[in-house]
Design a protein around this ligand. Structure first.
Ligand code: I3P
Length: 132
């Protein structure tokens, strides 16, 4: 429904600091993981990871300035989300997000409560988009 879609694109679903690392680029597995803490925004069916924790550290938990650069944007349409199997990471509370174009990200937070709210929000975003 276009009206719902229009409203949704203006809705900030969720924002916060998460640990994340990209593990595949368009179907090609990356050799090394580079975890970093980054400001992360879920909005309008798109998940955006900003460059690094310096941005979020400078602004506390507020949204970074509009000049800060998104590092990765992930379209949730056609994406899948699951809890990462143990062999993907030694960390706890790790989510695996696969985009439609075959890129993969691990997303992690030490707090189970916090990662669970992200799990719910991203899963809901994926579901809403597939219903269109
Ligand atoms: C990697 C780094 C990652 C770790 C990865 C290591 O070492 O410690 O944090 O992933 O484990 O190889 P390096 O810094 O030398 O690249 P996790 O923290 O997710 O476990 P892996 O080899 O099991 O993927």
């Amino acid at each position: 429904c276009p009206a719902t879609a229009a409203v949704r694109t203006k809705t900030l679903d969720k924002a916060g600091v998460l640990h994340r690392t990209k593990t595949a680029e368009k179907g090609k597995r990356l050799r090394k993981k580079h975890w970093s803490a980054s400001w992360t925004v879920l909005e309008g069916g798109v998940l955006t990871f900003f460059k690094d924790s310096k941005t979020s550290a400078a602004g506390g938990l507020r949204q970074p300035s509009k000049f800060s650069t998104p590092e990765y944007t992930v379209e949730l349409r056609g994406a899948t989300l699951s809890w990462a199997p143990k062999d993907k990471s030694s960390r706890k509370n790790v989510l695996e997000l696969r985009s439609r174009d075959g890129s993969e990200y691990l997303i992690q937070h030490d707090s189970e409560a916090i990662i669970s709210t992200w799990h719910k929000a991203i899963a809901q975003g994926i579901q809403e988009l597939s219903a269109d």
